[in-house]
Design a protein around this ligand. Structure first.
Ligand code: SF4
Length: 301
């Protein structure tokens, strides 16, 4: 259905939010109230969507996320199927809190473990949860022992912008290959915490200079285009006419979003109908195609 409406025939990566439930309630979480919602993919529905994406859109990889994917009791079943039966590249994005037992279980089927961190020590724990920093480092340690490649993500806020480089250096010591930096979008919990927003864009320009000047960094740092003096454009080129896009994200209800800029805003043009096992088009005046919401562009440093 996406192809019929837009002409897109290849979608490289599926970001699959298995459930909303999480063992944290982070100050910046874009899910907000939805963290309390019970919506989730059953393992069969998750496997059906993965199969559909691979067969119809040549999807090569899946990133499993939530909520917290390690809270999802059928995680092993989904990860194993994605790797063994579908041959997908499998990545999990997690808060890394008390995941050791299940990480060991899924290790043979997992390509990349990506852990979200919001700074060093107490800075991270104030935004996420007490003990979560140490939990994340333990998970990185175990992943290294198990031979799983690792990376991290960080949402840049007023509270942690000074800790980007120290965190990158720590992650480097723990063997992480990449740190991806996101811009904070004021949706979900973040809308109740305006103090987290970086209001002086010059700080982003300084951050970029610091990263470019940090010659000791071997970890790859990837930056959201919005983390810059000028920011990203508010309107992107029309999606119609593209043959290929890098990603699509399914939320636990089945709503599909192509741009990270539209995630958390309920501007979906397409849905995965779980019962019918097909993608349906539900256009609206605020959907991401009508509004030409631009894709987020990332720069690798
Ligand atoms: S940001 Fe991630 S870890 Fe934090 S509450 Fe949201 S889903 Fe959970």
């Amino acid at each position: 259905m996406i192809g019929e409406v837009t002409g897109i025939s290849v979608i490289r990566m599926l970001y699959l939010q298995l459930l909303y439930r999480c063992n944290m309630d982070c100050l910046h979480c874009f899910h907000g109230e939805r963290l309390k919602h019970a919506d989730a993919f059953s393992p069969e529905e998750a496997i059906n969507l993965l199969t559909l994406m691979r067969d119809q859109y040549d999807t090569e990889g899946v990133t499993l996320l939530g909520g917290e994917p390690f809270v999802y009791k059928d995680l092993t079943q989904v990860v194993r199927y994605a790797k063994q039966e579908l041959g997908l590249q499998v990545e999990i994005c997690t808060n890394g809190y008390r995941i050791e037992r299940r990480l060991t279980e899924i290790a043979p089927y997992l390509d990349v473990l990506r852990i979200s961190l919001e700074g060093i020590g107490a800075t991270n724990d104030r935004i996420r949860k007490f003990g979560s920093y140490q939990g994340a480092l333990s998970a990185l340690d175990l992943a290294r022992e198990l031979g799983i490649r690792t990376g991290a993500t960080m949402t840049v806020t007023s509270q942690n912008i000074e800790e980007v480089l120290p965190l990158a250096r720590t992650l480097q010591e723990y063997g992480a290959a990449q740190l991806k930096l996101h811009h904070l979008r004021p949706v979900g919990n973040a809308s109740s915490h305006p103090e987290l927003l970086v209001t002086d864009r010059a700080l982003y320009a300084r951050l970029r200079q610091q990263i470019h000047g940090a010659t000791d960094l071997t970890i790859q740092v990837v930056l959201d285009e919005d983390l810059s003096l000028d920011g990203a454009p508010e309107i992107g080129p029309p999606i119609n006419g593209l043959r290929e896009i890098p990603r699509i994200e399914a939320d636990p209800r089945g709503a599909l979003t192509m741009s990270c800029n539209a995630v958390g805003k309920d501007s979906h043009a397409f849905w995965y109908d779980k019962a019918a096992d097909r993608i349906v088009h539900r256009p609206s005046a605020i959907d991401e195609i009508t509004l030409s919401v631009p894709a987020v562009v990332y720069e690798r440093v």
